[in-house]
Design a protein around this ligand. Structure first.
Ligand code: NAG
Ligand code: NAG
Ligand code: NAG
Ligand code: NAG
Ligand code: NAG
Ligand code: NAG
Ligand code: NAG
Length: 655
């Protein structure tokens, strides 16, 4: 009795924790006050509409930790912030890791309370109108990795105290008014450094000489290192190929011969002239490239994807003359989004290919500031920009916890990009079929049920509230949250491709009528969902050649097996170790079979499917918590198929 009670309580607790934990409306009250104090004192564009009555963790640009107990990052690039950063606001975000206020119109100096953000790792203040001396507060942020103050109006000298920042990997101070000599910065971790276009003078310290000349150019009077020598007698720049002095081999004298001196001088002058010539040519070329001010977003996008395509994780720090305001605006965000980045950020992101699908290639893009998103690069889009925009409008409105939100899109002649949330737990396809039999944890029955139900809910929401046909239901488009709640992705894209869609698209999930008409409908979605349920039950991927059963038609196969009364043989071997699940498996099988009816009208609607699965679940909770057979604590009387055995379970035909 008490065991059973504890089980139920335990189950409820687990359910609450897993099912709702992530969405509990806890929030960092103090951090929220600090954010509000900041935004209320800083004029800004409409895009930042922080609603006082919802959790700060859901605000544009705000990211919290897993417990929602503090604000972890704040990204407000290019949101039209104007004026000075109000003191004692942002400095109160004591747990902040990343702060980006770049590309705004912030003025004045950086407030001293920034020193209180002691765990700050990345600070991006570039491209503002900040002024004053190098902010002393920043030299106290011992954990800083990247500090970007470039393209502001900072003056004075660069303090030696930057040496306090021992974790610094990137320091960007270019395009300011810094003057005086460069301090010796000896942080061993420094990989990126730029002080070009300031008013610095004096010699480049040896510790910085390893950086290229473009990191130093455009200053008042810097010398040494990669630039010209500081020695007034040999004003030849180091990189110029100085002809080695022709010293006659037999002369061992340490003094240089007259000929050698002449050779050096002539060589130096020649080298200098050569460099001057190259410089002139470069300048001219540069000017020619930049004079026609035509924004080229396709190039930018193509480049970002080219980076991704190469599969390298590049993190370019500076793309010269990259983006104009016009380009930036072309990445269209939907209202209520949590992201705040632009095309330029995507361009700089490191990207890896997640998968190549029939509609295009997906990339996981990790933005410089730490945000991870999925960028889908569509191919063979046939619709016009207007039609595209209209469909995006429809898709962008869809909000449901079991639907992967579309956050932004980009349309140009050559590139069509969609930006989605990144789901950390991967796809059902990988979970179900990835490295089978090689010691991975099989997906247990409770989680399969959870996935079936949550995916059904997501799809039903698409159909009923969104009035959108998904059109591409398959296990690789069911993405999982860490708690195994499923979300459906890649919905509603068919209208973009016309009817000439490649025939190879997800053949195994395709309803029979779609093969002929090439038109997807709500009912064809239901069919595909039925195949997905069969996949969950059988552990077999439809039409997956790698299974050795090339081109199996899952519904037909299941039908044939069930007809022969071998029902137990249908189910995934991996499910045989769980107890008391046969009845549910059979019930779910019946729902799946209803969904894959050949005649569309005989298939249930998605909402009905949800209801049927929910009804199953209700019966299940009465039974208490189900356990794996290696766990003896269960309060039920069901029979126990021995592990790995394929005893036919009692297949009671359910009404
Ligand atoms: C703020 O959020 C509440 C609750 O979601 C909503 O009722 C209200 O309309 C929102 N206010 C604004 C200004 O968006
Ligand atoms: C959440 O809070 C608990 C207890 O306060 C703590 O043990 C845990 O580490 C926190 N988790 C995260 C992700 O911060
Ligand atoms: C930092 O925070 C402490 C209290 O936590 C406060 O007394 C101090 O004034 C703050 N420092 C700055 C520079 O604002
Ligand atoms: C930068 O400061 C100088 C004087 O200190 C001022 O003349 C100039 O307008 C400022 N530039 C910007 C972009 O604020
Ligand atoms: C550098 O750090 C030390 C301790 O880490 C501190 O005492 C000193 O004041 C810092 N210097 C500056 C100029 O910030
Ligand atoms: C750098 O410029 C300042 C004035 O701007 C001058 O006082 C100083 O002597 C210069 N240093 C060198 C090494 O030229
Ligand atoms: C430094 O910044 C300047 C100006 O933005 C840029 O032209 C140059 O390529 C940069 N150099 C390096 C090494 O980043």
């Amino acid at each position: 009795m008490s065991v059973r009670f504890r089980c139920v309580v335990g189950f409820l607790a687990t359910f609450l924790l897993l099912g709702c934990g992530g969405r509990v409306n806890s929030e960092p009250t103090q951090d929220k006050q600090a954010l509000l104090a900041f935004i209320n004192q800083t004029p800004h564009a409409n895009r930042v509409q922080w609603n006082n009555s919802v959790s700060a963790c859901s605000w544009v640009g705000v990211r919290c930790d897993g417990n929602q107990s503090y604000v972890q990052s704040l990204h407000l690039p290019g949101v039209g912030l104007v004026g000075p950063i109000p003191p004692n606001t942002l400095g109160r975000l004591s747990q902040l890791r990343v702060l980006s206020l770049r590309s705004n119109k912030l003025t004045g100096s950086v407030p001293p309370d920034f020193a209180n953000m002691t765990v700050l790792r990345n600070l991006y203040l570039q491209d503002n109108e900040l002024s004053g001396a190098f902010p002393p507060a920043l030299t106290l942020l011992a954990r800083l990795n990247r500090l970007d103050l470039s393209s502001n109006n900072f003056t004075g000298s660069i303090p030696f105290a930057v040496n306090n920042l021992t974790q610094l990997t990137g320091l960007f101070l270019q395009n300011n008014e810094f003057s005086g000599a460069l301090p010796s910065i000896s942080s061993g971790k420094l990989q990126s450094f730029n002080v070009s276009n300031n008013k610095l003078n004096g010699s480049i310290p040896a510790s910085l000489a390893k950086f290229p000349s473009s990191a130093f150019t455009g200053n008042l009077d810097l010398c040494g290192g990669p630039l010209r020598s500081c020695n007034p007698f040999f004003p030849s720049p180091a990189p110029a190929p100085v002809t080695p002095p022709i010293v006659p081999a037999h002369k061992k004298s340490k003094k240089l011969s007259t000929a050698a001196i002449i050779a050096i001088v002539v060589g130096s002058i020649l080298g200098f002239c050569l460099l001057l010539l190259i410089l002139l040519l470069c300048l001219r070329k540069h000017r020619r490239q930049h004079s026609p001010k035509s924004p080229k977003p396709p190039v930018t996008a193509a480049r970002s994807v080219a980076v991704a395509e190469a599969g390298t994780s590049s993190s370019k720090d500076d793309i010269t003359g990259a983006s104009t305001e016009a380009e930036r605006n072309k990445l269209v965000f939907f209202n209520g989004g949590i992201y705040s980045f632009d095309l330029e950020d995507l361009l700089r992101a490191s990207a890896e290919v997640l998968g190549k699908g029939s509609v295009g290639t997906s990339y996981k893009a990790v933005l410089e500031e730490g945000t991870t998103v999925v960028v889908k690069r569509l191919k063979d889009v046939v619709v016009t920009k207007k039609e595209f925009d209209m469909q995006m409008e429809v898709l962008g409105k869809i909000k449901h916890e079991n639907v992967v939100p579309l956050r932004a899109f980009y349309f140009s002649k050559d590139e069509k990009l969609l930006v989605y949330d990144y789901m950390t737990a991967g796809s059902l396809s990988v979970l179900l079929h990835g490295s089978r039999g090689s010691g991975r944890t099989p997906l247990d029955w409770d989680n399969r049920m959870r996935i079936a139900l949550s995916a059904a809910r997501g799809l039903a929401h698409l159909h009923v509230a969104g009035k959108v046909v998904h059109g591409n239901i398959k296990s690789s488009n069911i993405l999982l949250r860490p708690d195994h709640d499923a979300t459906v992705s890649d919905f509603g894209l068919n209208p973009l491709f016309g009817t000439s869609t490649p025939p190879n698209r997800v053949a195994g999930y395709r309803a029979p009528e779609v093969v002929e008409t090439r038109k997807v409908t709500f009912k064809s979605d239901v069919y595909s969902f039925g195949v997905l349920l069969l996949e969950l039950l059988t552990g077999k991927a439809p039409n997956q050649a790698s299974l050795g059963e090339e081109g199996i038609d899952l519904p037909r196969w299941v039908q044939s097996v069930v007809r022969e009364e071998w029902t137990a043989e249908v189910f995934d071997v991996e499910l045989m170790r769980y107890q008391n699940i046969e009845e549910e498996m059979v019930q779910l099988l019946q729902i799946a079979m209803a969904c894959v009816s050949t005649v569309p009208d005989q298939r249930p609607g998605m909402q009905e499917v949800v209801r049927m699965i929910e009804d199953m679940n209700r019966a299940e909770t009465d039974d208490g918590l189900r356990q794996s057979s290696d766990d003896p604590s269960k309060g039920s009387d069901g029979h126990t198929p021995p592990q790995g055995s394929r005893t036919p379970p009692s297949v009671t035909p359910t009404p």
